[in-house]
Ligand binder design. Structure first.
Ligand SMILES: Cc1ncc(COP(=O)(O)O)c(C=O)c1O
Length: 437
């Protein structure tokens, strides 16, 4: 077949959270025992059980024949009315006609950047980045991603000076992406930072894309304001809020996410942009009808708040334990989580070095890993992650895969603290062994 079917820009498609899982599966086939999967943000996979009342809602939804058909591309009207009312009740000016459903937010992210790339418009990304954003934006643009820095010494808050510097030097930027609360560090962004970013959007005539997938998963005594609230307090600017049911029900297999368009200034370009996104989604038909039909019944159920509270308390307990454990190592610094279910741990300077290893007893596993770590330019934290997986059976994602400093991201999704203690006891011993090798 013609070689031209393989675009050179394919190299821009990176999603190590899953790409490393392919390596983990290969290691398993070679006889490695991968027993701790700390890579992926899937609460169900980690043992969280969806309550029976939610499953019963879905049974009722499935019993209605209408829910087996297509839905409008924008999403079921009743569901969009529910979402708009929830937003309006909390003071946000959202119209039901400015919501559009996608098949999981990952699909919404992809569709959005396909459209921005069509006009050469770029969306600047936070670093560390969530690769579904940075990688798909770059792929459609056919150019490496443009990043602004989030500072681990400042609780991973966006560095607004760096952001403004990039806005000045990259006139092709049309949108600023923010992820709040953030993945991969699970921190909340302060109102001051959000107002600063909003100020930059106004100053440079830009829009903001705010991925608020984790907005409902904020720990006790922490606060995360939606960017829609910040925007509504001043001069409006084009704003897209992204949501998903994957994490806060949690229902990652439901594959339903949605985009909310806020355009109070009635910017004509942005109105046309929203229409192009809808048009692009019409070509792809519609999102999952049954899930959409269930969402208002789940989110609107009087039992939802208590369910969410219990889920958050579990996440917070795990997160606090893990960050304390990691911070007890002199080689690691880990900002405490304030929401969601990740932690980003950073190796202190000069602790990772080329040539460090862990003992791998299985010769086939050893040979395979040694072939992988030969890759020129391999990041030192990826080398660590590969050895860790092969020698100790612990699978975590290197932070360089999120365009962050050398370190790793873990999830805080275990349901039992005893299990977590086992994983982090083993991880701490492995880090000491690797750094001392
Ligand atoms: C910040 C963020 N946005 C979007 C997504 C994608 O969510 P979905 O499952 O709806 O595709 C994720 C998934 O981990 C995420 O962390």
């Amino acid at each position: 077949m013609k070689p031209s079917i393989n675009p050179t820009r394919a190299a821009l498609l990176k999603y190590d959270i899953r790409a490393l899982a392919v390596i983990a599966d290969k290691l398993k086939a070679l006889g490695a025992d991968i027993w701790a999967w700390e890579n992926i943000g899937d609460p169900i996979k980690q043992g969280h059980v969806v309550p029976d009342w939610i499953k019963q809602i879905l049974q009722k939804v499935a019993a209605d024949n209408a829910n087996w058909g297509y839905s409008p591309t924008e999403g079921l009207l009743a569901t969009r009315e529910f979402i708009a009312k929830e937003a309006n009740d909390s003071g946000l000016p959202l119209d039901k006609n400015d919501i559009v459903f996608t098949s999981g937010l990952g699909h919404g992210i992809n569709t959005l950047y396909q459209v921005t790339a069509g006009s050469g418009c770029r969306a600047i990304q936070p670093a560390p980045a969530y690769p579904a954003h940075s990688s798909s934006e770059a792929f459609f643009a056919g150019q490496p991603p443009i990043f602004y820095r989030c500072d681990p010494r400042d609780n991973w808050q966006p560095d607004l000076n760096d952001l403004e510097k990039k806005l000045r030097t990259h006139p092709e930027i049309g949108f600023i992406l923010m992820i709040l609360p953030n993945n991969p560090a699970s921190v909340c962004y302060s109102d001051e930072i959000l107002r600063g970013a909003a100020g930059l959007a106004r100053k440079y005539g830009l829009g903001i894309i705010s991925d608020e997938t984790y907005l409902k998963l904020v720990y006790k005594n922490q606060k995360q304001t939606s960017l829609a609230k910040i925007m509504a307090q001043g001069e409006p600017f084009p704003l897209i809020i992204m949501k998903s049911c994957s994490k806060d029900i949690p229902w990652p297999g439901g594959r339903a996410g949605w985009l909310e368009f806020y355009n109070l200034g009635h910017d004509q370009n942005f109105t046309e942009f929203e229409e192009t996104i809808k048009q692009s989604l019409r070509v792809q038909v519609c999102s999952t009808t049954m899930v959409q039909a269930a969402l208002p019944k789940i989110y609107g159920d009087p039992r939802y708040e208590a369910h969410l509270k219990k889920f958050i308390a579990k996440l917070e307990e795990q997160s606090a334990y893990i960050s304390d454990e990691l911070n007890s190592l002199p080689s690691i610094s880990c900002v405490r989580g304030q929401a969601a279910f990740y932690l980003s741990a950073v190796f202190r300077e000069n602790t990772l070095k080329p040539g460090q290893t862990l003992l791998i007893e299985n010769p086939k596993v050893k040979a395979y890993i040694e072939s992988l770590v030969k890759e020129p330019g391999l990041a030192l934290d990826k080398r660590f992650a590969l050895y860790l997986m092969a020698a100790k059976g612990i699978f975590l994602t290197p932070l360089s895969s999120f365009e962050g400093p050398l370190g790793f991201r873990v999830t805080t999704l275990k349901t039992s603290l005893a299990e977590t203690k086992k994983v982090y006891g083993a991880l701490k011993r492995a880090i000491a062994e690797y750094l001392g090798s």
